[in-house]
Design a protein around this ligand. Structure first.
Ligand SMILES: Cc1cc2nc3c(=O)[nH]c(=O)nc-3n(C[C@H](O)[C@H](O)[C@H](O)COP(=O)(O)OP(=O)(O)OC[C@H]3O[C@@H](n4cnc5c(N)ncnc54)[C@H](O)[C@@H]3O)c2cc1C
Length: 337
């Protein structure tokens, strides 16, 4: 059942038409709980609040799978503006980017050129740039681009997804590079990715422990308290210095735990997405935690002070369809299991 629900929301996250339309709607369906703002000014306010609590941030200008040069150019310009803002406001923050947002699907040279402009600016301001890892269809291309960038830059790193069977092998090739370890957010085939939670968790722990014993900086990105607790024990037993790693979580998830880890003296970074292109990101979050569908329904029909909305037509209709689809998938999977 969990897999069916996950597949359903991941399917929605890839729907080009819904993604495009959602950009015009503004935040709907409760997305504002997980997206830190629509523009640079609003995300800056949230970063400052997190920084004041001892939490660093990595900011992501939402958007992916761009097929138009002008869109790739606009994304690059926005990232450059964000880098300026981080520098000017002295924010404790780095940036996360997606290569498909910067033209990877249009022309690899264009994407590399865009990344170089971003990295030059970031280098000047001493800011790290993380390349998020997207679906497996872009995995090798992402690593190839990273390899080219590493010939010139040290302020760049990427993400390794523990669900990939080849994750260990690739991680060994990147032993000197700053890496974020995640479980993996996309739907991948059994051929390339572990499917069961226990296999993914086991691989996650194996990869994280190996990295923690190595030399390069590692970001442990998960909301899974079992994994976090086991790694905290491992770190203590092996006397691993706190400046070699950090914990990371997504904005809006397990907020109390984020503060507790920072308070306990661990480096902590919150992943902070912003912008209008929120649909795909938000649907992947629903895929991971379908309980959040309650937020969607509440947001569609009620105002912030719990009054029934007068005109919930667009959001209500969409939320209702999502809800019905989710329920029917749930019913059919219960019947068949
Ligand atoms: C900072 C960051 C960056 C990421 N970057 C990428 C990327 O570049 N590429 C990519 O593919 N994926 C990325 N991801 C997403 C990642 O791959 C996972 O899909 C996502 O983090 C969910 O997996 P999890 O490790 O949190 O554990 P899950 O398996 O989702 O959760 C494990 C357990 O943790 C508990 N839990 C989880 N969330 C909550 C909650 N909100 N409240 C209470 N309990 C909870 C539950 O007990 C749950 O069973 C990123 C994730 C983070 C945190």
């Amino acid at each position: 059942m969990a897999n069916l629900t996950r597949d359903f929301f991941i399917g929605l996250s890839n729907n080009k038409c819904l993604n495009k339309n959602a950009q015009k709607w503004g935040f709907r369906l409760g997305a504002d709980k997980f997206v830190a703002g629509t523009d640079i000014a609003s995300v800056t306010r949230t970063i400052k609040e997190m920084n004041a609590k001892g939490i660093s941030c990595t900011v992501d200008n939402l958007g992916e799978f761009v097929s138009d040069r002008s869109e790739a150019e606009a994304s690059k310009q926005k990232i450059l503006k964000m880098l300026n803002q981080i520098h000017k406001e002295e924010l404790d923050c780095h940036v996360s980017v997606k290569l498909t947002q910067l033209g990877l699907d249009i022309n690899r040279k264009l994407c590399i050129q865009n990344m170089k402009e971003i990295l030059n600016q970031a280098e000047e301001f001493n800011i790290f740039v993380n390349i998020d890892m997207e679906d497996y269809a872009h995995f090798q291309a992402t690593l190839d681009v990273l390899k080219i960038l590493l010939e010139e830059y040290r302020n760049v790193g990427t993400v390794i997804q523990a669900y990939l069977r080849c994750a260990g092998e690739v991680l060994d090739q990147l032993e000197d590079v700053r890496i974020r370890i995640v479980k993996g957010a996309y739907k991948e085939s059994e051929e390339v990715a572990y499917q069961s939670k226990s296999e993914i968790d086991q691989n996650y722990l194996k990869l994280a422990k190996k990295r923690l014993l190595g030399n390069a900086y590692t970001s442990i990105a998960t909301h899974d308290h079992h994994i976090i607790n086991e790694l905290k024990d491992f770190i203590q037993k092996n006397h691993i210095p706190h400046d070699k790693f950090e914990f990371q979580m997504l904005y809006g998830f397990r907020q109390e735990m984020q503060y507790e880890l920072a308070k306990a003296g661990y480096h902590f970074t919150t992943y902070m997405p912003f912008g209008n292109d929120w649909f795909g990101y938000y649907m992947r979050r629903l895929a991971e935690r379908p309980q959040n569908i309650n937020l969607v329904v509440k947001d569609a029909f009620y105002t912030k002070d719990n009054q029934l909305k007068k005109e919930p037509i667009l959001t209500g209709a969409l939320a209702f369809s999502l809800w019905m689809l989710w329920k029917s998938k749930r019913k059919s999977s219960t019947k068949s299991s």
